[in-house]
Design a protein around this ligand. Sequence first.
Ligand code: SAM
Length: 293
Amino acid sequence: MLFLQAAEARHAIAQTFAVINYSPTPLAQRAIAKGVMRDLQARRLRPNVPVPSRWNPLKFVRLMRTETGSLSAAVAALLYDGAWTSSGGSFRLAEQLGVSIPELCETALRQRGQLRYLEIGAGWAGMRSPLSNGMIPRDAGGLAQRYKQELGETVHLHLTNLTPWHEHLPDGVTEHSHVTAAGLTALESQGVARRSVDFIYSQAAAYFETDHVSFVCAACRLLAPGGAMIFNHRPAIAEEIDAIMADHGVRCAGRVDLGGMNGSVAHFQRPAEKAARKTLAAYDPAFRRAAAR
Ligand SMILES: C[S@@+](CC[C@H](N)C(=O)[O-])C[C@H]1O[C@@H](n2cnc3c(N)ncnc32)[C@H](O)[C@@H]1O
């Protein structure tokens, strides 16, 4: 069953790539296949379950049995499935960088009259059980609650995943499944215009992208003037990422090395477009006539 679902997901991802004329390398294909299997496992767990290490087999099997409802599935997970993780989706990495995503969202909404938020590799993204700190959202699910009235009108949330995670989402929240970070350009044919996204976030997801060049270029195409992006990446590619961003007019506003599997978390900004400066000629017809002569 799991293998059939994995084959279907890989096929659907290949179709997304075909739409944008993208050919992944054999290395990328292997990473995607691994990511798909991880997705299918993690999706079977409730959000934010603290999965014990397989070095503690009794605890592991007990938890897996509770989560999957089957002892044979729990034993198979112990013997064959590799490390299991539970996805929640949260703003934890941005918080570690000292950036408040809720504040960035409020500012975008106030200044531009609309907010388009994109989370890459969102998993559950808190849509099942939103996290909040009092009234302050701590995940995309929290944003959906905060902007309940505006969703689908002035606020749009987009979540990408390698496989479909969500069956029901409110209007204004769209899951783009079978989309990888390198294949983000596919969103342009799924209702997300170029230079329209105010905030792009990815926690423990774009990190796994092997083609970071395509990812960064595609993300820059989607990012709106005045928009921001936060994601974690392998520390070794920091300089290259900064150089590609700079080519697109996007600059690094901060980075922190968290070490281990979190790598480095970086914050990027695209400057807002300056209001078109009107020259004297635009106001004075005599001046305009003289300039035309
Ligand atoms: C470990 S989960 C993290 C989920 C969530 N962001 C969180 O913090 O709990 C990995 C997520 O990354 C996605 N993913 C894996 N490889 C990816 C890639 N190459 N590009 C984009 N997303 C990817 C998976 O679909 C999944 O949603």
